[in-house]
Write a protein that binds this ligand. Structure first.
Ligand SMILES: NC(=O)c1ccc[n+]([C@@H]2O[C@H](COP(=O)([O-])OP(=O)(O)OC[C@H]3O[C@@H](n4cnc5c(N)ncnc54)[C@H](O)[C@@H]3O)[C@@H](O)[C@H]2O)c1
Length: 322
């Protein structure tokens, strides 16, 4: 791969891993991030090799300047939290939908070769059919899911109306090093790890028997690189996941074993299920295999161990490892 790639939200969890993957693949990389949830430390491994633009995707001028000269746009910027969107749907709408429309428009004006959008499995809601395939009728349950779905529609519309080559990747539950554990809105794996390393009992919302398809961030980066390079129809929508599901209780056990030591005696606390959360989730990866040649490679146990090591490295607590 060669040329310039723009990664919006590149200082965030997934975006920063994508930046490293693109650099390793030979691309030049520019990041557009307003650092609302992103952090400079996330880009430490790419320091000196990435151009970082501090700006807001919702502002047309900033978006247009950032996209200039880019061959590829990976749009990761968002407010990726169901709970935050329930509390403040208007703020979430701006970050999740308005930002996408502005970036799509900037990309088509600049003649970008491909626009790859970070979609979300939340668009499926609680539809009864499992595993979930891309042909299912979406049933969003939260403002976040509705916004991610509307943004997907804009991607398809920009492919149809303006000929922009868009690809939507519907990520399932992504986890890995650098997922921010400092907010109650973070992904469940980072919250479990942070609590157990601290010797605290984490909360499980609901009975813990709800299921999720957890996919390691390295596999998500691989799917993005394939989406940028494979010959596939413009406007494609493709699931990105592990294709396996675990209950939250099984996940707790996996994290507990990876952290080891004193964590082994900790029991989780239970709280009421949260509005907008789905009960079960599992991806059908047929289209991902057929269109992208995507094959997830990291098991949950292995991915959780990498994530624990990443957390310990970040907090210099490596000696705590079992
Ligand atoms: N983490 C998951 O499990 C998951 C699952 C499905 C979809 N996604 C999607 O993947 C993408 C990345 O999520 P993440 O988990 O890395 O989140 P994150 O919060 O770590 O990253 C989002 C980044 O976007 C930046 N940002 C937000 N609004 C912006 C704006 N208007 N202008 C510029 N920068 C802005 C933030 O500062 C942050 O760096 C999001 O689009 C999210 O909806 C994530």
């Amino acid at each position: 791969m060669s040329g310039l790639a723009l990664v919006t939200g590149g200082a965030g969890f997934i975006g920063s891993h994508l930046v490293e993957g693109l650099l390793a693949a030979g691309m030049r990389v520019r990041v557009l991030d307003d650092f609302s949830t992103g952090r400079e430390e996330n880009l430490a491994a790419a320091a000196g090799r990435v151009e970082v633009v501090r700006g807001d995707c919702c502002r047309a001028e900033e978006a247009q300047a950032a996209v200039s000269g880019a061959e590829l746009v990976f749009h990761e910027a968002a407010l990726p939290s169901v709970q935050r969107s329930v509390e403040d749907p208007f703020l979430a709408q701006r970050r999740n939908l308005d930002a996408t429309l502005v970036m799509l428009d900037a990309a088509r004006r600049a003649g970008v070769r491909r626009f790859i959008y970070a979609g979300s499995s939340s668009v499926y809601g609680d539809s009864a059919e499992l595993p979930r395939h891309e042909g299912l009728c979406p049933e969003p349950l939260s403002p976040y899911a509705a916004q991610k779905l509307a943004a997907e529609h804009y991607c398809r519309v920009f492919a149809g109306c303006y000929g922009l080559h868009t690809v939507v990747l519907r990520y399932f539950n992504v986890y890995g090093p650098r997922q921010d554990p400092s907010s109650p809105y973070s992904g469940v794996i980072s919250l479990f790890i942070a609590a157990l390393l601290d010797g605290r009992a984490p909360f499980i919302f609901g009975d813990g028997r709800q299921t999720r398809d957890f996919v390691f961030v390295g596999d998500v980066v691989a799917a993005n690189l394939l989406a940028a390079t494979r010959d596939l129809p413009r406007g494609s929508i493709v699931n990105v996941a592990s294709g396996r599901r675990s209950t939250v209780l099984e996940l707790f056990d996996t994290v507990q074993r990876a952290v080891g030591g004193g964590a082994l005696g900790i029991e989780p606390l239970f709280a009421a299920a949260r509005p907008g959360d789905v009960r079960d989730s599992l991806a059908d990866l047929t289209r991902a295999r057929d269109l992208l040649g995507f094959q997830p490679t990291v098991s949950l146990g292995e991915g959780v161990r990498h994530t624990v090591v990443g957390f310990l490295n970040a907090t210099q607590q490596k000696e705590k490892l079992p």
